[in-house]
Design a protein around this ligand. Sequence first.
Ligand code: 4AD
Ligand code: MG
Length: 437
Amino acid sequence: MSEIPRIRITDAAKYDGQTVEIAGWLYNLRKSGKIIFPLVRDGSGIIQCVGVKATMPEELFETLKHLTQESSLIVRGKLRAEQRAQGGYELDLESADVVQRVPEETPYPITPKEHGTEFLFDKRHLHLRSRRTHAVMRVRHEIIKAIRDYFDSNGFTLVDTPIFTPAACEGTTTLFEVDYFEDEKVYLTQSGQLYNEATAMALGKVYCFGPTFRAEKSKTRRHLTEFWMVEPEMAYATLEDVKDVAEGLICFVVQRVLENRRTELETLERDITKLEAIKAPFPRISYDQAVEILKRKGSEIEWGGDFGGTDETLLAEEFDRPVMVDRYPTEVKAFYFETDPERPEVALGVDVIASEGYGEVVGGGQRAHSLEVLEQRIRDHNLPPEAFDWYLDLRRYGSVPHAGFGMGVERTVAWLCGLDHIRETIAFPRMLYRTRP
Ligand code: 4AD
Ligand code: MG
């Protein structure tokens, strides 16, 4: 028995015609008289097994025939190429061991029939075992790997930033407060940017990649309260550099997903032609132009306002690829933005709005690098100056123009997978009304 190689389903092609062992779970079971077809999944894929009553021990046949969904089992048999099978192979069952049988009295709650979204997310710890979720998680992994490869091969150093922070980066209304020791309060980070600015002055080009938190009180299909963000930051760089790097990154990531995750995109029924259209150069427009387009399309937006989700969707309709919108009103943007020297009422910031209505995936820009300007901004935004003293040091000791951005992983996953709601992009979503499981 120990001679039989234990393989993963994805590697089936390498063992064509051989007897192998697969350890997994019963995904589904079809029966037709004297033949059973257990569908076994092992995490890497799903394979159909074929059990013929006449060719196997009676007891084993009966055990498998009555096996319950998601029972764990180890199957052995010969792999046979089968054109019609997903993955291209079937396994002719010779023997099997049931590791744990799911009792009849407490059946696996997620059956092949349709379930409501709330139910599925209450059972998310089990829902992760479904074919669709596998596909999303694999695309997510591919995106994260591609992001890292992009920065690692373009001279950026990974320097991760703290999660407990003493101050707000993206406005005080979405802060999660945490009781630290004694009388101290800290906040969960909204963005690693301020720390990135310090590490960029040390290392030139850096990125951080980690979880970030926003106490978003709104229930939308684009917001999580805990999400992952990659944030590059570059010394001696401008708004235009941000656009170039963001464009390069997005194209690289999309290309990787198209190369390595076709099967998953097909499982998700993603329209691949839409992804193939994501190529440089991305259209680059100003906030002023965007407002013109939106008004023409019937939006209520007035110059000075921030775009809502609907505005982003309307804007995206105009283009077959992501659009970069720069120079938003200084008023609607965070305190740290550099302003346009010719038009101080607009900030040197850019948002990348994804195609097909998936919303803003990238936000960033050039940072104010004068000490006086920044001190004034901190006052204007009613931020506690003592919490920013270290940050102001960066403007006291060799301040230079610098710039960077943040790209949200979950927004990117939703977009590339074509998902209606961001909750599907992460194993255990955290939202206004969801903190469990
Ligand atoms: O535009 P944001 O708020 O920018 C920043 O945090 C900057 N400090 C980044 C930087 O310049 N280093 O967020 C950046 C991106 C958004 O474009 C979006 O993709 C994502 O983070 N994001 C969210 N994703 C999911 N849920 C939320 N609540 C999000 N808020 C922002
Ligand atoms: Mg933003």
